[in-house]
Ligand binder design. Structure first.
Ligand code: GDP
Ligand code: IMO
Ligand code: MG
Length: 428
């Protein structure tokens, strides 16, 4: 079993952190390959609750080597805070490896994220304000700062000068903000260098060598398929490739080394921030899901938009990612509903779409065509085998499996580490 990827199949917050944590006991390396501290993963271990943003969730498992790979954007202050907070709770963080090619989020990226959102007005994306978009924009524009630049003051200064040259014009003349000096950025970044030095390595080489030794590598995606910059609901997306292909480019491990793609889906749907969401609910059913599922963002605390399960999205995710197994989380949240609507197709101005319409305008206008499935009222949090679930809950899972493009191999019945029903082994 060489390498596996975990990805979000909807709009994020599916419970990827819990799924990674669940598998971490079986793996040697856990790799974050995209995004930054826009992610928020809540993992519950016994009575302890951990909120991770930048570090991969696998760091919570003793013996696992956590890796922040080249595809990630790093806010170094946040990194140190997260490491210190975990260390204070007794988590061993000493093995962390960081790619020399990962890009650095600076003060000017965070500032630009916030001011551009403000200027977008009604068209705003609803970003997390962490500087993610501007940092990836600089990477693609070839004016980014990489981790390795922190160890060469001369180069660092040149690069920061080059980047600020354009940005200060923008900040001062367009956005009416103060100019940022080269010195304040360079001094801050240099102050991090010494602590970072032992962690910053050639992570692609290290992962390759681990795979050659027969060790197991788990790639942990941040965000999700529908937030992917190429395959999501553009422009209401994040700025990285959150789909399984991103694990290859974001880590330097070739696609043919990856043979398992584990998609995480909620038993319903949520979304944070702006953008189309066909099954979104604005009534008491939405409130029911938000309250029962504690649907408030781990990163920004914003209430999540809630809606019913959307099967065309699951099929789309299965195709784009090559999902081999789905983990369906939060089935327990649906307990108590008499009937559960599931979106099986869309209606766009009187035309039926069984798959996602290619035009974003059509998707904005799509209204769900629902099939209603019977619910259950029994508490399912103690279920550990499929047979422990009430008959109608089993039927809900089987009906959704038939529509979603991949088998459902595990089912979350509560937030705790052991609150899961496993139908098929996720790692061989
Ligand atoms: P991630 O971003 O995909 O890692 O997901 P988040 O951590 O942002 O959101 C998922 C939330 O659901 C977390 O608070 C988890 O503790 C919780 N969770 C995960 N699986 C289950 C489940 O099966 N049932 C319930 N009730 N909660 C779950
Ligand atoms: P996890 O890993 C849910 C959303 C933001 C916004 C859009 C762009 O916890 O599933 P960004 O700050 O990335 O430029 O914001 O993407 N977003 C997420 N939504 N879960 C996440 O991560 C998210 N990361 C970003 O709300 O709509
Ligand atoms: Mg999250």
């Amino acid at each position: 079993m060489p390498a596996a990827v975990i990805i979000g199949a909807q709009w994020g917050d599916e419970g990827k952190g819990k799924a990674t944590d669940l598998l971490a006991g079986r793996i040697d390396y856990v790799v974050k390959f995209n995004g930054g501290n826009n992610a928020g993963h809540t993992v519950v271990v016994g009575d302890e609750k951990y909120a991770l943003h930048l570090l991969p969730s696998g760091i919570l498992t003793p013996g696992v080597t956590p890796v922040i790979a080249n595809g990630v954007v790093i806010d170094i202050e946040v990194l140190f805070q997260e490491l210190d907070a975990l260390a204070a709770r007794g988590v061993d963080v000493s093995k962390l490896r960081i790619s020399a090619n990962a890009h650095v989020i600076t003060h000017y990226h965070r500032t630009l994220d916030k001011v551009t959102e403000r200027f977008l007005g009604k068209r705003q994306i609803g970003t997390t304000g962490r500087g993610i978009g501007p940092t990836y924009a600089d990477k693609i524009n070839r004016v980014g700062i990489r981790m390795q630049d922190l160890f060469d003051e001369n180069i660092l200064r040149q690069k920061v000068e080059g980047a600020l040259d354009q940005k200060n014009h923008l900040l001062v003349k367009v956005y009416n903000r103060r100019a940022i000096t080269v010195d304040e950025i360079v001094d801050e970044l240099l102050s991090y260098a010494e602590r970072l030095r032992p962690m910053v390595v050639d992570t692609a080489l290290e992962l390759h060598e681990a795979l050659e030794r027969g060790e197991t590598v788990l790639f942990e995606g941040g965000q999700a398929t529908m937030l992917d910059v190429d395959h999501g609901t553009y422009p209401f997306v994040t700025s990285s490739n959150a789909t399984s292909g991103g694990a290859a480019t974001g880590s330097g491990i070739a696609p043919n080394r990856i043979d398992r793609v584990i998609g995480i889906v909620k038993a319903y749907t949520t979304r944070v921030g702006s953008g189309p969401f066909p099954t979104e609910l604005f009534d008491e059913s939405g409130e029911f899901l938000r309250a029962n599922g504690h649907e408030y963002g781990t990163t920004t605390g914003r209430p999540r938009r809630c809606g019913w399960y959307d099967a065309p999205i699951a099929r789309y995710s299965a195709r784009i990612n090559g999902v081999t197994d789905y983990v369906m989380t939060k089935l327990d949240v649906l307990t108590g509903l008499e009937r559960i609507p599931v979106c099986v197709a869309y209606d766009v101005d009187g035309v039926r779409f069984d798959e996602l319409p290619v035009s974003q305008s059509d998707f904005h206008h799509a209204t769900p065509i629902y099939e209603e499935l019977p619910g259950w009222s029994e508490d399912i949090s103690g279920a550990r085998t499929f047979d422990d679930l009430p008959k109608t809950a089993q039927e809900y899972v089987l009906a959704i499996e038939a529509m979603s493009g991949a088998r459902i191999s595990a089912i979350g019945v509560g937030p705790g580490r052991d609150e899961i029903v496993v139908r098929h082994a996720l790692l061989d």
